[in-house]
Design a protein around this ligand. Structure first.
Ligand code: BGC
Length: 368
């Protein structure tokens, strides 16, 4: 009995030793300098960012690791912790939920890691050092301007859709769009078709975050193509013929634009529609070529990746990264580097996206 117990103790000790040894060799063998956390693989936008990071990192002297959070703040926190265990010095992170990510980046800050918010701001925390972003107000303004430029006559039914309320960008996109649309609602060019909250607020060009939140809450897609499709179906079922015919649709991004466009295209009382998008996703580029999506806002991810990695390398080299402005995240002013965006429709799709080398012509059909 005693002998058996001793044998067991020895076995347990051996196992513990093995575990410790594995642990050591793991963290020793796979040290990472820069950790990158992206929100989900379910949207081509972020898979593209991963690819562009990989392309940019080929010749880097620093090691990196990219993890995806699959639309879960809990998974995101685990990812950050896993990267902290690998000794990262810089964390580049696109939060799934801008407020919920605060605790993950606070954990990183505690370890002395420099935090760079990538594309989406992390809100209500002082644990964000830098923000690299596109000009998101300009994205919304460009979408709205496209609808204004293509509206014929007056009383054009306007269908509004927004991104996820947990994403600070959804507010910026909508705010940028509203500033352009609101005067055109007031002057009768557009009539709001699907949002009683927007209808209530149509007298004000400047909306508070709360007011924006009310409209977004009503017309959110949650960045989910299926949710967008269901909402569009519900809206068209409820709409009378006075809200059909030639219509304008503010869709927040390409993924939601394609599914909303499909719903509108299949309604025989819709004679024509203009629908916006953003991201220049391949599937939407094809939709634009085919005349099924009107425009997209091209955000050159290569620039964002270059800026984020440039910052990370500066930090690792002991230099202070260059910034061009700042964003209020509800707690502090976060130093930011901002990139411009480009409107793409069927007239310039070839020059902006193919001739520029962003995509290959062979990836599309019917390109002229
Ligand atoms: C990004 C968009 C993207 C959306 C949904 C936003 O924060 O800026 O490019 O389409 O999230 O993932």
């Amino acid at each position: 009995m005693i002998k058996k117990f001793k044998g067991l103790t020895f076995l347990i000790m051996l196992m513990m030793f093995a575990l410790v040894a594995v642990g050591c060799s793991d963290s020793g063998g796979s040290k990472v300098d820069v950790g990158i956390v992206l929100p989900t693989k379910d949207e081509p936008r972020w898979v593209q960012d991963e690819q562009r990071f990989k392309d940019a990192l080929k010749d880097s002297k620093y090691s990196t690791e990219i993890l995806f959070s699959q639309g879960s703040s809990a998974k995101e926190k685990e990812n950050v912790e896993a990267l902290l265990n690998k000794g990262i010095k810089v964390l580049i992170i696109t939060p799934h939920d801008g407020a919920a990510a605060a605790s993950a980046v606070e954990a990183a800050k505690k370890e002395g890691v420099t935090v760079i918010a990538y594309d989406r701001l992390i809100t209500d925390t002082d644990a964000v050092d830098y923000y690299v972003t596109f000009d998101s107000l300009a994205v919304g303004a460009a979408q709205a301007q496209y609808l204004v430029d293509n509206a014929k006559g007056s009383g054009v039914p306007l269908y509004l859709y927004a991104g996820a309320a947990s994403d600070n960008n959804a507010f910026l996109f909508f705010e940028g769009a509203w500033k352009v649309l609101q005067p055109k609602i007031v002057d009768g060019t557009f009539k709001i078709a699907n949002s009683s909250e927007a209808e209530k607020l149509k007298g004000s060009a400047d909306l508070s975050r709360d007011q924006l939140g009310k409209i977004i809450g009503q017309v959110t897609t949650n960045w989910d193509a299926n949710e967008a499709k269901n909402k569009a179906q519900t809206h068209l079922t409820a709409a009378g013929n006075d809200l059909k015919g030639d219509v304008a649709i503010l869709a927040p991004n390409d993924g939601t634009a394609r599914s909303i466009a499909d719903v509108f295209a299949s309604d025989s009382a819709i004679k024509s529609y203009f629908v916006t998008g953003q991201d220049a996703e391949k599937a939407s580029v094809q939709y634009i070529i085919d005349g099924k999506q009107s425009m997209t806002v091209f955000k050159d991810v290569r620039t964002l990746v270059k800026d984020a990695m440039g910052m990370a390398v500066d930090i690792l080299d002991g230099k202070t990264p260059e910034t061009t402005g700042s964003y209020d995240n509800g707690s502090i002013e976060v130093k930011a580097k901002q990139t411009n965006v480009i409107v793409v429709d069927k007239d310039n799709v070839k020059s902006e996206l193919i001739d520029s080398g962003y995509y290959e012509a062979s990836e599309f059909t019917g390109l002229k």
